[in-house]
Design a protein around this ligand. Structure first.
Ligand code: PMP
Length: 428
């Protein structure tokens, strides 16, 4: 039998160390919200491949759709020879996106590429170059993705110079003393210190920061950004790569703002594990680039598109938006009880729908983040058969991205393990 230790040794010898590894586990198979490693050990999966498996591992409906497509054809390059499913998926995603105006949609493969292309359409449309993003934001590992990302370690270290004219404002964060007004003031400061608003092509933000720590942009902030963008002709981009496809209890998180972005990026769970991302936006913005300016060899791969169409079916048939909210409620109820039990260590439980986080601190003070405890908790959880991810600007947040097909019994089992792991991590 192959062991995780043997495979890790081969991995270390063959792969660069910059490719991080959360756990020293090699997967053999996965089903729903459970994963089995090569040694036959079972884990409850609260990570979902970083927000990719909202419809669960090995979903039979996705598998059947992909099988069928595999037998017909697997690649033509959409810009060379088209297929109906691509257009059908674009039509459906347009329909599901907010805003009573004409929209268009096209596909890439990764979240970072979706971000790159949102910037491309915004620049082509506005004929401007500057971009405003936010501290703590994450937008990918390409050069523009890194430039937009508001977290240096580990994402940007050693990789500069980055594309110029990217400015970072403060993201609202009530727990850490950044009010909506503070955040808006920081944009005004950029207009004063760095660039005039008439040269800004786009403002890009995550409705809920993913890697940054599951901090939520309140609707009043989104409304103020919308007004600012309208006043200055700036494109408002919502990066929904992590929040999209039902994670927050609505198909897109921006629906909860009551504010309509001009361009939306999606990836991750929209295709249930296949590499596919989408850019959806106002028709006039999306039509700004010249012919041939958009696309990619593999972008909108037919097998990935088949999987994404199946994801839409599964969301409908299995009522996964309602399930996202119910799961979120169950997680929050239990984690709030845990907070009562450990008030010195848990600063906050937060997040919309099933995008739930637990922020850890020292001495009951949110301003004393406890990254050490967070790391120990993830490691204690692994020992007990639960996979959880950490995140946050201060590396002190546990984020739960469990597949939305998980049963209540499995959630409770995972939450029991989480509680035991926290107890052990505190005592360690
Ligand atoms: N934007 C956001 C909000 C993300 O969470 C991520 C991935 N964590 C990306 C962009 C980049 O996506 P990918 O890794 O698929 O390039």
């Amino acid at each position: 039998m192959k062991t995780n230790t043997d495979l890790m040794a081969r991995r270390r010898a063959a792969l660069p160390s910059g490719l991080g590894q959360g756990f020293e586990i090699f997967v053999d198979r996965a089903q729903g919200a459970e994963v089995w490693d090569v040694e036959g050990r079972r884990y409850i999966d609260f990570a979902g491949g970083i927000a990719v498996m909202n419809t669960g591992h090995s979903h039979p409906v996705l598998q059947a759709a992909m099988q069928q497509q595999l037998q017909r054809f697997t690649h033509t390059c959409f810009q060379v020879l088209a297929y109906e499913s691509y257009v059908e998926l674009a039509e459906k995603l347009i329909q599901k996106a907010p805003g009573h105006f004409d929209k268009k949609c096209f596909f890439m493969s990764t979240g970072a590429e979706a971000v790159e292309n949102a910037v491309k359409v915004a620049r082509a449309f506005t004929k401007r170059s500057a971009l405003i993003a936010f501290g703590g934001g994450f937008h990918g590992r390409t050069l523009m993705g890194m430039a937009l990302t508001g977290k240096v370690v580990p994402y940007k270290v050693g990789f500069g110079p980055f594309p110029s004219e990217v400015y970072h404002a403060r993201y609202p964060n009530a727990l850490h003393g950044v009010s909506v007004q503070d955040a808006l003031d920081s944009i005004e400061a950029i207009f004063k210190n760095d660039v005039e608003p008439s040269r800004v092509a786009a403002i890009i933000l995550e409705p809920v920061q993913g890697e940054g720590g599951f901090y939520v942009a309140p609707p009043e902030f989104a409304r103020a950004l919308r007004a600012l963008c309208d006043a200055h002709g700036i494109v408002l981009i919502a990066d929904e790569v992590q929040t999209g496809a039902g994670r927050t209890g609505t198909w897109l998180a921006c629906e909860q703002w009551g504010v309509v972005p001009d361009v939306i990026t999606m990836a991750k769970s929209m295709a249930g594990g296949m590499p596919l991302s989408a850019i959806i936006g106002r028709a006039e913005i999306m039509d700004a680039p010249s012919v041939g300016g958009l696309g990619g060899t593999y972008a909108g791969n037919p097998v990935a598109v088949a999987s994404a169409l199946a994801v839409l079916d599964v969301f409908e048939k299995e009522n996964l938006l309602a399930r996202s909210n119910a799961i979120g409620q169950r997680l929050r109820d239990r984690l709030l009880r845990l907070q009562q039990q450990f008030p010195k260590h848990i600063a906050e439980v937060r997040g919309p729908g099933a995008m739930v986080a637990l922020e850890l601190c020292q001495n009951g003070d949110p301003h004393q983040p406890d990254a050490g405890l967070t790391k120990r908790l993830a490691s204690e959880a692994q020992k007990r058969g639960l996979i959880i991810l950490t995140c946050g600007v201060y590396a002190n947040v546990v984020r739960i991205l469990v597949p939305l097909v998980a049963s209540d019994a499995l959630l409770d089992e995972g939450l029991d393990l989480l509680a035991q792991s926290l107890q052990a991590a505190i005592s360690a």
